[in-house]
Design a binder for this molecule. Sequence first.
Ligand code: PLP
Ligand code: LYS
Length: 443
Amino acid sequence: MTTEPDFLVRELSTPSVWPDSAVNAPGGDVSLAGVSLAELAERHGTPVYVLDETEVRSRARAWRRALPDAEVVYAAKAFVCRAVVDWMDEEGLGLDVCSAGELELAATRGFPPERVVLHGNAKSPRDLRTALRLGVGRIVIDSDCEIARIASQVPKGAAQKVLVRVLPGIEAGAHRKVRTGAEGQKFGLSIAGGDAEDAVVRVLGQPGLELAGLHCHLGSQITSTEPYGEAVRRVVAFLARIRDRHDVTLPELDLGGGFAAAYLPGDAAPSPAAYGHRITEELADACAEFAYPPPRLTVEPGRSIMAPAGVALYRVLSVKRTGAQMFVAVDGGMSDNPRPALYGARYTVRMVGRTTAAPMRATTVVGRHCEAGDILAEDVELPEDVRPGDVLAVPASGAYQVSMASGYNMTGRPPVVAVAGGRSRLLLRRETFEDQRARDVGV
Ligand SMILES: Cc1ncc(COP(=O)(O)O)c(C=O)c1O
Ligand SMILES: N[C@@H](CCCC[NH3+])C(=O)O
């Protein structure tokens, strides 16, 4: 196995978008945590997602180190399964869930419910029932109409801890569709418009609810620390206003997630330490300015823990050379990775398991679904002689791919395999035709 750093940089060409354990192996292979990607593709079939457990754990730890006094709550929506629940538990993180399904999954592993935060702009009766039955630590209120609804379900004499999700009016995030801190979209209660303050007052008036603090989530794939600084300033100013007007000092501030991952070489993705430093400094300054006792902080990273740990493997099904263009079609696509179609997300791709002297050529890697927009990666460099049967690897695939996978064209959602210490284990098996047929009860 070749491990020289120079060779790695040249061959993988994008070391920062690969997990730390990725090294070149003989025959054009790449090994992850000592496991051959070409072999995994062979053994499990393709598409298959590979998750580097050590990378996930070390990123989770980096967040805990970055904010040692804060609660770090992993956003399960990025990707969750029972093993991930265990890893987060073992690393001392909490869990951000937004459905009864995610919550019940955590419960099957005995995840401490007090470390769970329930989100959702439209929590279903089952979500709320499950959260109250299991005793989640925090429910985040996102609309006026759920205040009385939640309060009415809390047993007499008890009080459910809640946070009010406020809208600081900040535009941040990689794409309009994931900017949740701005005015004029469905999440949160506006500070500027007065809805946040109204909600705070209403929650304070409910005996079944204990208002622990405020929550805000700016958006996703935020590549700078600056919006977090601005959010801290605005939300602490609002906390101080609540104190001054309503005589209550709220002890908690949850700043949500949104921290970036690198998808392309050179992408800006500040480290947890950089985000943590900015947040800590701004919080200290803002609290000093308003003479506000520093609230207990929570952050909810999802992507920054999970995206860099995952590699998607596909097999080439067809190659089409039309004029100057080369389309390489693989056996997955928008059903396992809708991100390019939804957000114009960009990825790198490399061939795995074969060497070639053929020159590299600009290529569009497309999926197998019935849409022209079913593109996985545009303008990536692949060898000109790429052919059906070749395996392609897409790094930075750990977040919001498998968790957003769909049943489009009944191709079956892909399996997920974890690698660590030279071994692999299946976490999620491939969705089979039998699974799909079992749902179809209409005849
Ligand atoms: C409330 C909340 N917290 C945390 C996250 C995690 O975001 P990210 O994966 O971008 O860190 C999200 C999704 O953006 C969210 O909606
Ligand atoms: N699904 C989005 C992120 C949304 C985060 C959820 N709050 C993405 O893949 O970029």
